[in-house]
Design a protein around this ligand. Structure first.
Ligand SMILES: *[C@@H]1O[C@H](CO)[C@@H](O)[C@H](O)[C@H]1NC(C)=O
Length: 273
């Protein structure tokens, strides 16, 4: 009975050890150290690192490390380093394609590390959706491009009220928001993956009123131009009338003619009436 319990405990422990997969997460471009969990390598012991089924590195205490560049389709090239004392493996300048299962073995002991390399996050972009903006509300959209494993959310103050997520690679992810022009709340759009986040604060005044400002400027310019052309038409008209009435005018040159038209003040006065 006692032996049976012992055997059971032993096998349970065995199962537990084999299933204990540690997780590591890192952002693309950063270096990551995969801990071998061996405090010391003893002389003559050989440490092996595998990525999936590929042998990628081997080391014996105080001996040169050997890296297998051709395995794993040469993806690591010169980006691996091994600690000769502990056998820990460092991946320099990590890439999203480095994500996967890494196993380190010393004799019969095997440790497994599940590495996830997340793509870097850029700050999301908030833009005005002028196609659906009305006179009472301003339509906005927060967007992010080329993302995977992220959530995009709108926050009002400190609480999120709408969000959208993708797990696969997505060309473009966007989330709409409608606000009143007078809304005084603080809104922000946040993109996050399990380890990082980036925030863009919304400035309603700048985004929702800017275009209105530009269009009123354009309207102003157009009215100014219209008023200007009316004035020119009026002046030309007066000259035209005055030329007809100025029968004694001897002067042919147009400059002098204009002068003489103004000089003929009675005519201008008459035309204005
Ligand atoms: C963003 O990350 C910081 C830590 O980097 C954390 O304090 C904050 O709560 C996160 N914000 C969101 C909205 O996830």
């Amino acid at each position: 009975m006692f032996i049976f319990i012992c055997l059971c405990l032993w096998s349970l422990t065995g199962v537990f050890v084999a299933d204990a997969v540690k997780s590591e997460s890192v952002t693309e471009g950063e270096s990551v150290s995969l801990n071998s969990s061996f405090t010391q390598i003893h002389t003559q012991e050989e440490i092996q690192w595998k990525f999936g089924d590929f042998l990628i590195a081997k080391v014996k205490k105080n001996k040169e490390s050997v890296f297998y560049n051709k395995s794993a389709a040469g993806r690591f090239r010169v980006r691996l380093k091994l600690d000769h004392q502990t056998g820990s493996l460092t991946i320099i300048n990590s890439r999203t394609t480095d994500s996967g299962l890494y196993t380190v073995s010393r004799d019969t002991t095997i440790n497994t590390i599940n590495l996830t390399v997340y793509a870097g996050l850029s700050v999301p972009v908030i833009s005005r959706d002028s196609s659906s903006s009305s006179s009472s509300s301003c339509s906005l959209v927060c967007s992010a491009v080329n993302v995977s494993h992220v959530t995009l959310s709108w926050f009002k103050g400190n609480s999120s009220f709408s969000s959208v997520s993708v797990s696969d690679l997505s060309i473009s992810l966007s989330l709409p928001l409608e606000v009143e022009y007078q809304d005084k709340n603080t809104y922000s759009c946040v993109i996050n993956n399990p380890i990082r986040n980036q925030t863009r604060h919304l400035n309603i005044t700048e985004l929702c009123h800017k275009r209105a400002g530009v269009s009123s400027l354009i309207i102003g310019l157009i009215s100014a131009a219209a008023a200007g052309s009316l004035l020119i038409v009026a002046v030309v008209g007066i000259f035209w009338i005055c030329r007809k009435t100025d029968q004694e005018g001897q002067v042919k040159s147009s400059h002098l003619y204009l002068y003489s038209a103004f000089y003929n003040a009675d005519c201008v006065k008459a035309a204005l009436h």
